[in-house]
Design a protein around this ligand. Structure first.
Ligand SMILES: Cc1cc2nc3c(=O)[nH]c(=O)nc-3n(C[C@H](O)[C@H](O)[C@H](O)COP(=O)(O)OP(=O)(O)OC[C@H]3O[C@@H](n4cnc5c(N)ncnc54)[C@H](O)[C@@H]3O)c2cc1C
Length: 230
């Protein structure tokens, strides 16, 4: 049966994966991309011969079909790497997600005391109903961690990564990204361990030349399989 080409807007992971899957079914696709590179925000840029990820990308899924697609595309160039995420702040490394003892010992007694006081202020304001229900990312994080910790870690990091002021990101997005985390639970987990602590993956897959490699290869692979779609 003859298929008309499917037009896909955007050669990010979604667009290219769609084209890749269509090509397996012998359905032609035309992918329109405005940038000079594929991969969308999962691309890898090069500068003076060095490769930089736009954002550190982990390839981790519980969906076997997705894992299979990635392995088909990259084969042995899709390797397993240990997970280590840290924030570099004022000359020191901070575990990410935040480990409370690591953060407090790096910050020192004075800053830690101010963070604790700011946290207590937020908690009391909430208890006494002095603040409204958080509507933005900024309000949500201040409500749970206090203003000081928000300004030190969350604000700069989030605005740099997502390019949007925290006061314009909705609170439900924060609740979903920073699930089950609060200063109180972080301290309790650190002191006593917790049955409910969200387990973090210890390792993940990664293309040997960065995430962009997945999408550059996907594009090539798809073109070879379906030359009519170029
Ligand atoms: C800092 C950061 C870290 C991340 N870490 C991870 C991670 O570890 N693991 C993970 O799985 N995900 C991660 N993500 C999320 C992941 O990058 C996105 O889910 C994924 O890139 C979305 O793919 P997409 O194709 O839907 O959109 P995009 O990647 O945004 O791609 C859209 C493409 O469409 C193009 N486009 C848009 N409009 C037009 C138009 N009108 N005409 C032509 N072209 C157009 C754009 O130029 C772009 O190339 C991270 C994201 C960020 C920002």
């Amino acid at each position: 049966m003859k298929h008309y080409p499917v037009v896909i807007v955007g050669a990010g992971p979604a667009g290219l994966t769609a084209a890749y899957e269509l090509s397996k079914r012998e359905i032609p696709a035309i992918v329109l991309e405005q940038a000079d590179k594929v991969g969308g925000i999962s691309r890898t840029e090069t500068y003076k011969g060095y490769r930089f990820d736009i954002g550190g990308h982990r390839f981790f899924t519980k969906v076997s079909e997705v894992q299979q697609i990635w392995e088909e595309i990259l084969g042995t160039e899709f390797i397993k790497v240990p997970r280590l995420s840290r924030i570099y702040y004022r000359g020191k490394f901070y575990s990410y997600p935040l480990s409370i003892f690591n953060a407090l010992s790096n910050l020192g007694i004075a800053a830690s005391t101010l963070i604790l006081l700011s946290y207590l202020k937020s908690r009391f304001s909430r208890k006494l109903n002095l603040t409204r229900e958080p509507e933005t990312f900024e309000e949500w994080v201040i409500d749970r961690f206090g203003e000081r910790l928000y300004r030190i870690f969350f604000k700069t990091y989030t605005e740099k990564v997502w390019g949007i002021p925290c006061s314009e990101i909705r609170a439900d997005w924060a609740a979903q990204r920073i699930q089950g985390m609060s200063l109180k639970s972080a301290v309790m987990n650190a002191l006593f361990g917790s049955q409910n602590a969200k387990s973090l993956i210890k390792e993940f897959n990664y293309p040997i030349l960065g995430p962009g490699m997945m999408w550059e290869r996907c594009r090539k692979f798809w073109r070879l399989k379906e030359p009519r779609c170029i």
